[in-house]
Design a protein around this ligand. Sequence first.
Ligand code: NAD
Length: 339
Amino acid sequence: MHKRYLVTGGAGFIGSHLIDSLLQAGAEVVCIDAFHDYYDPSRKRANVGRHLVHDRYRLVEADIRDAGRMRSLVAEHRPEVIVHLAARAGVRASIQEPYLYQEVNVGGTLNLLEAARCAGVKKFINASSSSVYGENPKIPFAETDALLCPTSPYAASKLSAEALVHVYARQYGFTAASLRFFTVYGPRQRPDMAISKFSSLMLRGKPIEIYGDGTARRDFTYVEDIVRGIRLAADVEFCGHQLFNLGCAEPVKLTELVDELERALAIKAERLYGPTQPGDVPLTYSDISKARRILGYVPQVSLRQGLQRFARSLSDQAQLHSLPPQSLPLAFEPAQMAL
Ligand code: NAD
């Protein structure tokens, strides 16, 4: 039987891929998004454009900080599953605007949980982040590790949101999961993220700036694997609130990432090295054995394959608009780039 989903942040990068997959599988989807201008909202309009043609899709423009609106929307649509992805993302920006991150990522999550409680929603899937591990000295990062090392207000907000989900699942008996995503990439990636940003610069023949000496490592995870993980968390039965790492479990040095990106785009990058940025961590590395055991989650896309797909999507996008790839929009300055 097809489920009814309510997806917050469904106009964004991961949310729009999730909704592609849900609609293709025959589900009904209500998307809530505020089309926030953290990056160009026209990208988000384009993301939802592909969904608006479906009669099983409904778009609601609303802010998750509006508790009353969230309560009435969830009561009206009575979803079986809420997938809560809406958030202010970005580690460095959170250092500039800590209150905003608290209001959206913590206050917004509480509003959705209250709405879910009032409407008797059975399952709540919460988007968390590898950033909750911060400077965790133990590798690979496991869900059972004590988390005392977050390095940014963003990381702290995600940790607080997890705690709220835990309380609600325990108090009110719904099943919930907080999924700790590890650096997600793929077509339509947020323009402040390294792969998106580097490729825009490389296509223009401009130098890229690598923060630190390039030895920082990230567990890059292709968006289709993340979508599979979210859907498994929605479908598989388990008890209470569970934490799951969704990563690729293969951390890659930034310099190696650039090597692979050069191969995928067939362009040599001019590399500049800058200071490490506040809030950055030296390594993210997921232990995915719990997600594998309970959800059956197995990442399927290697970094090389994922970057090739990403590069293809850039050239398809350019062809669609009859443009050379280098004229695709560049929305962020390097100073705002996130890993
Ligand atoms: P995104 O910015 O593309 O998507 C987030 C969406 O939330 C946007 O469409 C935005 O308009 C919406 N939003 C923001 N504030 C809102 C508000 N107040 N009310 C309603 N909607 C609002 O980001 P993404 O990369 O797709 O991330 C999705 C989720 O995954 C976030 O919770 C993020 O913290 C988490 N995450 C992402 C990554 C990654 O690598 N992309 C890694 C770890 C965790």
